[in-house]
Structure formats: structure tokens, C-alpha cells
Design a protein around this ligand. Sequence first.
Ligand code: CP
Length: 364
Amino acid sequence: MAKPICELNWEAYQTLSFQEKMVYLMQSGGTPYHTLFAQQFNRDLLGQLATLANEIRFIAKSRKGTEFLKTVVSHKRAMLYFSQPSSRTFLSFLSACQILGLQTGEVRDTATSSEFKGESREDAVRTFSSYFDLIIMRTPEKGLAERMAWLLSNSERPIPIINAGSGQDQHPTQALLDIYTLLRSFEKTGGLQEKTVLFCGDLLRGRTVRSLSQLLVNYPKIRQVFVAPPQLQVGEDVQNFLTDRQANFELTDDFQSAIPEADAVYMTRIQDEWDQSKGESAKIDTSRFRFGKTELDLLKSTAIVMHPLPRREEISTEVDGDPRAMYWRQMRNGMWIRAALIAMTFGCEQTIHAYFKASGTEIV
Ligand code: CP
């Protein structure tokens, strides 16, 4: 695995354009070293990841295949550093590591680490890098994963960082599993092109929406419709990004009218943990931004309903049994795509491709 070294100090690094930063984020073969931003992935790379995830998924169906997969990265260890609550991202990364044979360590509460004694984040992360070969980190602090990646790239033991959610800004691996879910769901209906993806809910503070929206521009003729109350409508940064990329997008608060045109409805919960003042979100009327039986009746028969989860009341449980409800499968897809990302980070794609080919397994 190539180790991009960043010789710039933090102030100079921050002035780089995204394209200039890519030199430090990607390996020489074009695969990710650090995974910090959704925009690191183009259509070709997303396709490679989806293929690898499919192969891992099918190899894992047999005991023999499971035993093989456990040898793929068994010489590496991963640190799961989650200083913000998580169920799916934590467990799917843990499962992905187990599938590939990585041993893991974890800190899920900084009250149990030496950060409680005043150790800086920088020193905590350098400590992890002494014992582990990969850090998977979730943090409430915007930009922290990037700063830690820069720090490690300048250390004597650089190791990759995967951003498992950073503040309100990015959740790149959620976007990867969302794309994988869309690709799988539209396999028989023309693929991920010329589709309308409708985002609904708290689009201002939902980092999954920002990351997925940025990845969707890689696919041809995708229309993105953002449905939210005005106070929670998608931010200017996303709108500017989409405008710069000449993407087809629109903003509305009329959910019922938008549903019949959607190929995928991506629901999100109100992210009130980011409220500036207590109870601020509760004052917003979100009753028109929920998906239940009435909305299901408006949806195309070929469309799907997604949600990064956890949910509250924005999707009624009566939707759960409908074949178009994709959020449970979407959650499991996270395990496969994260296993693929870890395998790719450690340069093990060819080992998996070769086993898959030799086993004569078919993806059906
Ligand atoms: N989708 C997601 O990030 O879920 P968790 O917060 O449970 O990890």
C-alpha cells in the first residue's frame, strides 16, 4: 500500500483545492488511502467497489468462502474510534473487519480513554497509530478526520483513516452504501441513470444527504429533488456544488406532488442533536414530510424507499413490509461495501477477484 506523505504544514494544506488534496488522499493506483470525502470516488471507482462488494457478498455465502475471506487482511488491525453515538456504522465496520479477518480495538466513549485526563485528540490518534494499521473514526467535530489524516501522513507511522461520519459535513461511507443500494436496486430497470432521487426531511444538517448528493453527479441524467420545510432545506454549499457540476436539481416543500416522479425516495430524520437552542427543531412543522401508507400509494411500483437510519416517525412502520422499502437491505449493504473499502485500502482486491473467479461463483 502506497503511503502518501504530506510535507505541508496544516495551514498550507488547508489552502489546497480539493483536486490538489487528492494527491495525499489516494494511492498511486487511484484507490483511496484515506477515505475522508465522498468526492474522492468517481463512477469508475464506485463501480470497482460495487464489484468487490458483490464478490465478497457471494464468497461469504459458503463456509469455505468465509474461511478464505478471513485470511485476506488477517495481518492487519483496525481501531474503531467512535466518539459520537452509532449503531449501524460501528457494527457494520466491525462486521466488515471480522469478515476480512482484521482484529479490532475500540474507543466508543472518550471518558474511558486518556482524553478524559486531558490528552489531545492529536496525541490520542497518534497513540492508536502505534498499535493499529487503520483508524475508522466517527466524530461530532467537522473536519477532524481530515486533520488527523494530515497529522498521520506527517508522522513516522502513517496509517489510513476512514471517516465514519464527521460533524454535519461528511459521511462518505454512508454515501458508498447508498450508491451500492441504488446500483443493486436499479440493476433490472436501466441502471443508475436517468433516475429521479428525492431527498426529504432535515436536508440542512443531514451529512448523509450532502455526501450522497455529491456522489450522484457521477451518474448520467440524475435529477435530484430536495423536499424540506424552508428552515431545513439543503444548504447553499450543496446547491453551489450541484450548480458548478451542472447537475439537474430542484428545491420544493411539496412532498406529495414530488413522490410520483421519484425512482428513489431518501427519507431523513430531524437532526435535533445539532439544535442551537433546546427545542428549536420541535417548533418546525414537519408533519407534511413523513412517509406512510398514503405516500406508498403515490409511489411508482419500481421505486424504492431509502433511509440512512435511525428513524423516528418520518417513515411509518406500516411501510416496512412493502417490497419497495429498501432501508433494511440498505443497512446490510453497508457491511459489504465497507468490507470492500477496507480490502481496497489494503490493496487486496486482486486476491478477492482471483478467488471469486476460481470458485466459479456467479452473482445473480
Ligand atoms: N446511518 C448511520 O450512520 O447510522 P448510525 O448512526 O447508527 O451509525
